[in-house]
Design a protein around this ligand. Structure first.
Ligand code: FMN
Length: 191
């Protein structure tokens, strides 16, 4: 662990890694609620809090997401994604038991930034509780297909809101990946 991990918060931030292997066991409601509370305390432009959290734990809804996600991957034209889409055990969310779509008010000042900060808080909160998370970007592509948009309606994503990010959440079912080395030369301190 880095010499800069001087307190529990810093340790948690440095320890967090994207997890892509989950236990099937569902997370506890109190863990979920703590993570959502952390999200709601993220900063937002002009304090608008323009977010909406859709928590999906239903196996049927997750099956639908996988079906539509597979379609997106197979039609992506990107070889790696097409191969992934063909996998018999394909799962858009790495078989996580909980999936959270975070939508934002498209007319807010900075919904993409606000939603990203809320998700960042969830990642750190989850890590602090011993849970694993990973960003699932494919939600952005589901917006591009009819079935995806219809599903978002069924999930009661509010009118005028659009998914800007999503995450898989659960107990880590595998090893904790090593962090990639940090890129050099990304900081310029001007005094
Ligand atoms: C905007 C964004 C989109 C991402 N999309 C995906 C994704 O679709 N699938 C995935 O497995 N990981 C995704 N990730 C996770 C990154 O791959 C991961 O954060 C990066 O490799 C660094 O690893 P770490 O999170 O373990 O530090 C995404 C991360 C961000 C911030």
């Amino acid at each position: 662990m880095s010499n800069f991990a001087k307190n529990e918060t810093l340790k948690t931030i440095l320890k967090r890694r994207s997890i892509r292997n989950f236990k099937l066991e569902q997370i506890k409601d109190e863990e979920l609620l703590s993570i959502l509370e952390a999200a709601k305390y993220a900063p937002s432009a002009m304090g608008q809090q323009p977010w909406h959290f859709t928590v999906i734990q239903s196996k049927e809804v997750i099956a639908k997401l996988n079906e539509f996600g597979k379609k997106v991957f197979l039609n992506s034209g990107v070889e790696r994604f097409v191969e992934w889409g063909k996998a018999a055990n394909f799962s858009l969310i790495y078989h996580a038991p909980t999936y959270i779509i975070v939508s934002g008010d498209v007319n807010a000042i900075a919904p993409v930034n606000d939603i990203s900060l809320a998700i960042g808080n969830m990642f750190i909160a989850a890590e602090s509780l011993g849970l694993g998370t990973v960003w699932i970007h494919a939600v952005n592509h589901l917006k591009a297909i009819d079935e995806g948009r219809k599903l978002f309606k069924e999930l009661r994503i509010p009118e005028g809101y659009e998914p800007f990010g999503s995450l898989a959440l659960g107990y880590n079912g595998g090893d904790i990946p090593e962090p990639a080395p940090r890129r050099e030369g990304t900081v310029n301190i001007i005094k």
